[in-house]
Design a protein. Structure first.
Length: 274
């Protein structure tokens, strides 16, 4: 396996814009070269050619494929086979069979299953457990479109209830399978405050990373996923105190048990870049 770096800030880059590849890689933790929605139908062939002719570091590069069952899927797989990339993001994954189809076409690749339809969300647990899946990602707009809806968010910018349920369901499925989970993109590029709040919630909830659609979003995501010095110091102090205790104990007026210690270990792990 490739040992892909999963964020914390992944950045989509249209695969038909090779002049942007290097900049996207430099400005993010992981670049997603997109052969799907970011590329117009007439530019798909040019995107596949650019993919092969403009190499990036494989351990920090993901290729998003078109959905299984489309004519573009087979063409995408043929293009990827001619590159060193060993991690793909599979658009509109709806079943373990979709994952198996990608691996049958590409060999022993890691798959980030993009769960962005009603069928995919319902089957998220079995998708997460499929061979080769290294992470799940959820998508809000395609999900709502698959339901016949018109918007994933309210006028105030918050997710509608159905999107929140899908977000939680995909995160729980990933956690149960022991794989990573990537939070959906924040489409309002100018609203860095809203992005920061959503990324902070993603980090606190257990997401591994968050995807970005613009380089200007990367810093906010990185900050959200990197615990502050005070938070890290508190976590380390709590873990040190636990070494002197047996079982449940009180610390600074709060009850501390194993789940609380796991939260602290997670903070320290994030600070260490794990």
């Amino acid at each position: 396996m490739s040992g892909i770096v999963l964020g914390p800030a992944l950045l989509f880059c249209p695969a038909d814009r090779p002049e942007r590849y290097g900049k996207a890689a430099d400005r993010s933790d992981t670049v997603i070269l997109d052969l799907e929605d970011a590329v117009a139908p007439g530019a798909k062939d040019a995107a596949r050619t650019a993919l092969a002719e403009t190499p990036l570091a494989p351990e920090r590069t993901v290729v998003r494929l078109n959905a299984v069952g489309t004519a573009d899927f087979a063409l995408d797989c043929a293009a990827v086979r001619g590159t060193p990339y060993r991690t793909v993001m599979l658009a509109k994954t709806e079943s373990p069979e979709h994952v198996a189809a990608a691996r049958a076409a590409l060999g022993d690749v890691e798959v980030i299953a993009l769960v962005e339809t009603a069928r995919g969300v319902v089957h998220a647990a079995t998708i997460a457990a499929a061979d080769g899946v290294t992470a799940l990602m959820w998508g809000a707009e395609d999900l709502v479109a698959s339901l016949g809806g018109t918007s994933s968010r309210t006028a105030g910018g918050t997710y509608r209830a159905v999107a929140l349920q899908a977000r939680s369901q995909v995160l729980l499925a990933a956690g149960a399978a022991g794989v990573g989970c990537i939070d959906a993109v924040y489409v309002d590029i100018a609203d860095l405050g809203g992005l920061a709040a959503e990324a902070e919630d993603a980090a606190a909830s257990g997401f591994s990373a968050k995807a970005c659609i613009h380089p200007g979003q990367v810093a906010a995501v990185r900050t959200a996923f990197a615990p502050g010095d005070a938070e890290v110091e508190r976590a380390r102090a709590l873990l040190a105190a636990a070494e002197r205790e047996r079982g449940v104990f009180a610390y600074e007026g709060r009850m501390v048990d194993e789940p609380i210690l796991r939260h602290a270990r997670s903070v320290v792990g994030r600070a260490s870049g794990r």
